[in-house]
Ligand binder design. Structure first.
Ligand SMILES: C[S@@+](CC[C@H](N)C(=O)[O-])C[C@H]1O[C@@H](n2cnc3c(N)ncnc32)[C@H](O)[C@@H]1O
Length: 186
């Protein structure tokens, strides 16, 4: 069967990320993507996982310790401040954004276009060759469509000589199924 947005996002990362890489989980949430990335890069690699909610930080840390993960820094800060946690010449091999609200928490606390675009703008110049930014965009909630429109406006303008930009979505499903955007540095 065709992969859903989440499994497709993981397949893209699996095909790109290697052991020893530096990767970003821009929206840690309950930590599922963080754990996935931590396993992909292995003990020699490094994951920086960001979230603005204490509940997300706690849930992610709990999940990681249950799996004895030691290569990850879980950072209670917005992804738009990513630069504070990286030295100037550090290259990023991959990043994932899972946009929307934290499942099981306050649905009014959502990712928003300004911080999401700011984080992407920070990551792109630091991407290694063939490095990949994957965004899984949930947009069925209030505010979601605004973020999606801003994102599409922005990523469609990235120069094709420098980046390959992909959109993946089921187009015959009800209830605004999530879509995947992926940006790869050429
Ligand atoms: C859809 S959830 C992420 C789910 C997560 N990937 C998982 O596997 O459980 C979106 C998360 O983004 C977080 N968030 C919202 N704005 C943020 C920002 N500026 N920086 C970092 N995280 C943010 C929310 O607190 C929420 O936990």
């Amino acid at each position: 069967m065709l992969e859903n947005a989440l499994t497709f996002s993981h397949s893209l990362l699996k095909n790109t990320i290697n052991q020893g890489d530096l990767v970003i989980d821009a929206t840690a949430g309950n930590g599922h993507d963080t754990l996935f990335l931590a396993k992909l890069v292995g003990p020699e690699g490094r994951v920086l996982a960001f979230d603005i909610q204490q509940q997300a930080i706690d849930n992610t840390q709990t999940l990681l310790s249950e799996h004895n993960i030691l290569n990850t820094s879980v950072i209670h800060d917005g992804h738009q401040h990513l630069n504070k946690y990286l030295s100037e010449n550090t290259l990023i091999n991959g990043a994932i954004f899972n946009l929307g609200y934290l499942p099981g928490a306050d649905k009014k606390i959502i990712t928003n276009k300004d911080s999401t675009l700011a984080a992407i703008k920070t990551i792109l110049p630091k991407l290694a060759n063939h490095g990949l930014v994957v965004l899984v965009v949930y947009y069925g909630h209030p505010g979601g469509q605004t973020e999606l429109s801003a994102l599409l406006d922005s990523v469609t303008q990235l120069p094709q000589q420098k980046y390959a930009v992909l959109q993946y979505q089921f187009i015959n499903q009800v209830n605004q199924p999530p879509l995947v955007l992926a940006i790869q540095k050429k």
